[in-house]
Design a protein around this ligand. Structure first.
Ligand SMILES: C[S@@+](CC[C@H](N)C(=O)[O-])C[C@H]1O[C@@H](n2cnc3c(N)ncnc32)[C@H](O)[C@@H]1O
Length: 148
């Protein structure tokens, strides 16, 4: 589809992830998000929420990754292939990441968040407070998910 029809959307990062550690899979690790100074004030009131959705652009995904259609969940060949949209893989046409994090601290344009699985330098596209709208008490997942 990329060759036949091209809709270009220009997004401006609102900030960047900064972290010293490389262990982005550690849900307890704390990372920094440095928001652009031009957006001073846009995060006022955010610290009244415990949790935030962070939406980011996984800028290190390769072109081949962006063309991927099927994948083994978590790269595990013992699990059956499914469509990429049935997984959270980073390899997708638009490598947008969405992660629910705990807000640890806000200091002006600096947010300290726990549980962000984004590399150092990742552009942040948006931040939304987590509220009851996104809570589901009857969610279910496929059988393979329990083999994680
Ligand atoms: C599987 S993706 C999922 C991201 C998000 N939790 C989601 O569900 O959309 C997270 C993984 O992508 C990789 N990753 C993080 N930041 C990245 C970046 N900027 N570019 C490419 N890969 C990245 C890391 O290996 C991380 O564990």
């Amino acid at each position: 589809m990329r060759g036949e029809y091209c809709m270009k959307i220009c997004v401006n990062p609102i900030g960047f992830v900064m972290r010293d550690d490389q262990n982005v899979r550690d849900r307890e690790a704390v990372a920094k998000i440095v928001l652009d100074k031009s957006l001073t004030g846009a995060s006022d009131g955010l610290d009244d929420f415990s949790h935030l959705f962070i939406i980011f652009w996984m800028h290190k995904v390769s072109d081949e990754g962006r063309d991927q259609v099927y994948t083994h969940p978590w790269g595990r060949t013992d699990l059956p292939k499914v469509g990429v949209y049935a997984t959270r893989t980073r390899n997708r046409r638009n490598p947008i990441g969405l992660t629910l994090v705990r807000l640890v601290k806000k200091q002006g344009n600096l947010l300290l968040v726990r549980g962000l699985d984004a590399f150092d330098g990742t552009p942040v596209l948006d931040i939304k407070p987590y509220d009851m709208w996104d809570r589901s008490l009857d969610a279910s997942v496929p059988g393979w998910w329990h083999q994680k």
